[in-house]
Design a protein around this ligand. Structure first.
Ligand code: PMP
Length: 421
């Protein structure tokens, strides 16, 4: 446990040469002054309380590139916890494109897009993404988190309403809070509840926001029904396709393609650090929406553009996604095998047809214990606990990648059955 979680450590952290000098000079040591000690104590108490509930988070360091076959804390292991669904994060062709991009375009963009940081590879990637998802235009962002903040904040404000699925990604909730619109949350995938909230919404713009594939559950939002409601109530629909882009729909075009949805009312947000294997995000929408974002979205206007080499790498990723039917076929065969192999365990595999296959454990400490027991067998599956998921629903979030082999999945199945015994 890191030392800053204990009160003893607060003292050792604040005992400095300066304090020794203070003591010699007969002054009160800085840490003894209430204004100095209080904030440290408060932080430390919060962390102690998290630790007591088994909720303290810590990071593990990979000593290898991102891959299902990685080295963690010096130990080789098979990992089932990345979002690298197609195995492109460590693909030699994408890495080569990144290298060539850096040689041709340098290391950094040097400015925000609206100043002088919008380079040819950025524009080429935006054009390619818009064509790929069949949208009039697309706009790049440095992260999906920033893209979600941008869309919500640009489309709604005070007096408007955001209607959000209860299990949406945190960035969508934060986006609604920042926008100052009223936030109404409907029960997960409950279209009837959404309809009721839309009926009751105040006059003013309405924006419905939903994950397309829910990040911690793996299930897919009923987008056709949600879109029909948006049509009826003249509401915008923001679809966060972080976990569908690249893996669902024809050629990996995403969840909208999976459902055959093509509507000017829909604003699509896709991330580029998951199936695309690199980093960043895009918003695809009607021209007027993109122009609005360029002019009004604070997380677009007031930030340095991502390095152009990333766009060069992403153009290669996009080519591999488009030609990646074999990768997707392999991925979904692994999903099928995992689901059939894990039948009969004391922990329930949640209903999901995607690469996200959560195993519901319930209690946080038990989820951590199960994750640790797998680790002892050379298998890494992250335990996901509150507040990321609702209280009492801690789980092992198993994710599959096209870079997994059948033997990897068999090993996970065997390990879980052995631990259940
Ligand atoms: N939306 C969803 C559904 C996500 O799962 C994530 C990332 N976990 C994001 C948005 C944020 O994307 P990024 O990591 O690119 O900021």
């Amino acid at each position: 446990m890191p030392c800053w979680t204990s009160s003893a450590c607060i003292r050792s952290l604040t005992t400095t040469d300066r304090e020794a000098q203070d003591a010699q000079a007969g002054r009160l040591p800085a840490f003894a002054q209430p204004w100095r000690e209080l904030p440290f104590t408060r932080l430390s108490k919060q962390l102690e309380s998290r630790a007591a509930q088994g909720l303290l988070r810590r990071r593990r360091t990979l000593d290898s590139p991102q891959s299902p076959h990685c080295v963690v804390d010096g130990q080789p292991c098979i990992a089932f916890c990345s979002n690298d669904y197609l195995g492109l994060a460590n693909d030699a062709r994408v890495a080569a494109a990144l290298r060539q991009g850096a040689e041709r375009w340098g290391a950094g963009a040097g400015a925000a897009h609206l100043v002088s940081g919008h380079l040819t590879p950025h524009q080429q990637l935006e054009d390619a993404l818009a064509a790929f998802v069949g949208s009039p235009d697309a706009l790049l962002f440095s992260t999906g988190y920033m893209a979600n903040l941008a869309v919500v904040q640009a489309l709604v404000g005070k007096g408007d309403t955001v209607l959000a699925d209860k299990l949406n990604h945190a960035s969508l909730n934060d986006a609604a809070l920042l926008s100052r619109a009223e936030l109404k949350r409907y029960r997960h995938n409950d279209v009837a509840h959404l309809a009721q909230l839309l009926e009751q919404a105040r006059p003013g713009s309405k924006l419905v926001v939903t994950d397309a594939v829910f990040s911690m559950d793996g299930d897919i939002a009923p987008l056709p029904e949600i879109l029909a409601l948006c049509e009826r109530h003249d509401a915008w629909l923001l679809v966060d396709d972080a976990h569908g882009f690249g893996v669902l729909g024809a050629r990996g075009r995403g969840t909208l393609a999976h459902f055959g949805i093509d509507s000017p009312r829909v604003i699509l947000m896709g991330t580029l650090g998951k199936a695309a294997g690199v980093s960043g995000a895009f918003v695809a929408a009607e021209q007027v929406v993109i122009d609005t974002l360029v002019n009004h979205a604070r997380t677009y206007v007031y930030t340095t553009a991502a390095p152009p080499a990333l766009s060069v790498a992403l153009l290669e990723s996009l080519r591999l996604i488009e030609q990646g039917d074999a990768l997707r076929t392999h991925l979904y065969a692994l999903v099928e095998r995992l689901r059939s192999g894990l039948a009969g365990l004391p922990w329930r595999l949640m209903p999901s047809q995607t690469a996200i296959q959560p195993l519901l454990v319930g209690d946080s400490a038990q989820a951590v214990a199960l994750s640790e027991a797998l680790r002892a067998r050379g298998i890494w599956v992250a335990a996901i606990r509150p507040p990321t998921v609702p209280e009492g629903t801690a789980r092992l979030r198993i994710t599959l990648s096209a870079a997994h082999t059948e033997a990897d999945v068999e090993q996970l199945i065997e390990a879980l059955h052995a631990l259940a015994r």
